[in-house]
Design a protein around this ligand. Structure first.
Ligand code: GLN
Length: 541
């Protein structure tokens, strides 16, 4: 029988519920259990694919092409739980399904209501993950207890324990225990109120995880336990990590969380194996060298817009025992100030994905700087498209070259829409999305780093390299290092006469893990590490 863990949050948002859920998943997996992770988001968008990165941060893409919440990135980096479109549901999706059923007449004349129809649909989505080969489903409820939007989800998980039996469900609630400087003490009242709100709905949490910037003493934990109806052992402290998010699972183990979960759900497990993870933390704390990478994007200042890219850079740094200092630079700043000062001193430059014209000229200038100064360069998605524009203009000599995304009338559309994208008017879920296979060219850096001839990587874009220009590019030293399996679509471009200049049309950052860095990120970081030995002679065309 599959067991169900529900993770809710209270007091404030941004407490790291996703990270905590991912950590719990990881700890259970490392005790030998088969875990599935899921996030339920209370917003009305059908998925985050149409939301601005300013609103939502990164859109995390899965193999099956679903565009999901960035917390799923934590799930994939911490666990081996296979994620699919069933791993992330929103209010919008739930209502869409219920309304479609209503239109088909499936409710047989009944009045369709939040309870039971919406709540039944939510429960159905949770049950979808509970196959025979799954021991535990962990479902994180987005938002904060008390939000109007969260109510149907909380009501559904309340009903869940009646349906499957309380012994098969565990409710974990994450709250904040703030430290008030003026009073010189930690305050437990917000946590009491938050649990009070949950209990009003009919959910008594089994475990409380309390985020705090200070250590929570046993007196405070006892007080929280008393007011929240919990034994002191079930009140777990999660101290802010000033070092790394990858320390969260270890700290939860140190406070007994994994044992508590296993005991409360009567799970049979083997003992916990965290050796490689501890080794990872050791490496993080004791780097042998330091390098700096500039990430030049449209949303560089937004903390979460390129989340997986920053993570993938860190993973590659760890593999090479290097601490990577990342400079986040807005491409519009490059347009205003030029690249010289802003990019001085960096060992590598990365241009990530993006949409829309704003800041693209700054990216093109950045790439020219990296190419001419022979600074290791990694372009991702829009980063590849801007590299193609730069190369066309400054090397091939097509001065008006552009992408039709930014200039419909460009004389040289080196990046353009494929015919099948031209008539699409619906924005949601209509891009080239998800895992696609590419073949790698012999003698390419990509083939060396991947160590294989065929790869599968995740995509999220509409525009493509225009094959009309392939020969001209090749004649000027561009290597098409990877193409789609039918040879039609350009997947990877590499500059032959450069220490490391690789641009990819897909998103490798989604497949990097702390214990297994992505081959291309690893190659990029190694090239950056070797930079001091490179002859920085300027090539101009
Ligand atoms: N805007 C570009 C396209 O749609 C690139 C997308 C991206 O970088 N993810 O093709």
């Amino acid at each position: 029988m599959t067991k169900f863990i529900f993770v809710t949050g209270g007091v404030v948002s941004s407490l790291g519920k996703g990270l905590t859920s991912a950590s719990i998943g990881m700890l259970l997996e490392r005790r030998g259990l088969r875990v599935r992770m899921q996030k339920l988001d209370p917003y009305i968008n059908v998925d985050p694919g149409t939301m601005s990165p300013y609103q939502h941060g990164e859109v995390y893409v899965l193999d099956d092409g679903s565009e999901t919440d960035l917390d799923l990135g934590h799930y994939e980096r911490f666990t081996n739980s296979p994620l699919t479109r069933h791993s992330n549901y929103t209010t919008g999706q739930i209502y869409q399904t219920v309304i479609e059923k209503e239109r088909r007449g499936e409710f047989l004349g009944k009045t369709v209501q939040v309870i039971p129809h919406i709540t039944n649909e939510i429960k159905r989505c949770i049950h979808k993950l509970a196959d025979d080969d799954v021991d535990v489903v962990i479902t994180e409820i987005g938002g904060t207890v008390g939000d109007i939007e969260s109510q149907p989800f909380l009501e559904a998980i309340r009903q869940f324990s009646t349906d499957v039996g309380k012994a098969n469900c565990l409710y974990i609630h994450l709250t904040l225990v703030p430290y008030l400087k003026a009073a010189g003490e930690l305050k437990t009242k917000p946590t009491q109120h938050s649990v009070g709100q949950l209990r009003q709905i009919g959910i008594q949490p089994d475990i409380l995880i309390c985020r705090s910037e200070r250590s929570i003493g046993s007196e405070e934990r006892e007080k929280i336990g008393l007011f929240c109806n919990l034994p002191i052992e079930a009140v777990i402290e999660e101290r802010d990590k000033d070092f790394s998010i990858y320390e969260v699972p270890i700290s939860l183990v140190d406070h007994g969380l994994d044992q508590l979960v296993v005991d409360q759900l009567s799970l049979k497990t083997r003992s916990l194996d965290l050796d490689d993870w501890r080794e990872l933390i050791h490496r993080m704390r004791n780097p042998e060298t330091e390098i700096s990478i500039a990430v030049v994007g449209k949303y560089a200042k937004h903390k979460d817009a390129y989340k997986s890219i920053y993570e993938a850079i860190d993973h590659a740094g760890l593999e090479h025992y290097a601490q990577v200092r990342v400079g986040r630079i807005e491409s519009e700043e490059i347009e205003r100030e030029g690249p010289e000062r802003l990019l001085a001193g960096y060992d590598g430059i990365l241009v990530p994905g993006g949409f829309g014209e704003r800041g693209t000229e700054g990216k093109v200038e950045t790439i020219r700087f990296a190419r001419e100064r022979k600074i290791p360069f990694f372009g991702i998605c829009l980063g590849l498209q801007c590299a193609a524009i730069e190369f066309a203009r400054n090397v091939v000599g097509l001065s008006g070259a552009n992408s039709t995304e930014f200039d419909k009338d460009t004389p040289d559309p080196v990046i353009c829409l494929l015919d099948e994208q031209k008539n699409i008017t619906f924005k949601g879920g209509t891009m080239r999305l998800g895992a696609q296979v590419s073949d790698l060219t012999a003698d390419s850096r990509a083939r060396d780093w991947y160590g294989t001839t065929t790869i599968s990587e995740r995509h999220r874009h509409r525009y493509e390299f225009n094959n009309v220009y392939r020969k001209q590019f090749e004649a000027h030293g561009m290597l098409f290092a990877g193409t789609s399996d039918n040879g039609e679509l350009v997947e990877i471009m590499e500059l032959v006469d450069h220490p490391w200049f690789v641009a990819v049309q897909f998103h490798p950052e989604f497949k990097s893990k702390p214990t297994q860095s992505h081959p291309l990120f690893s190659g990029f970081i190694q090239a950056a590490l070797r930079r001091e030995n490179v002859d920085v002679e300027i090539t101009s065309h």
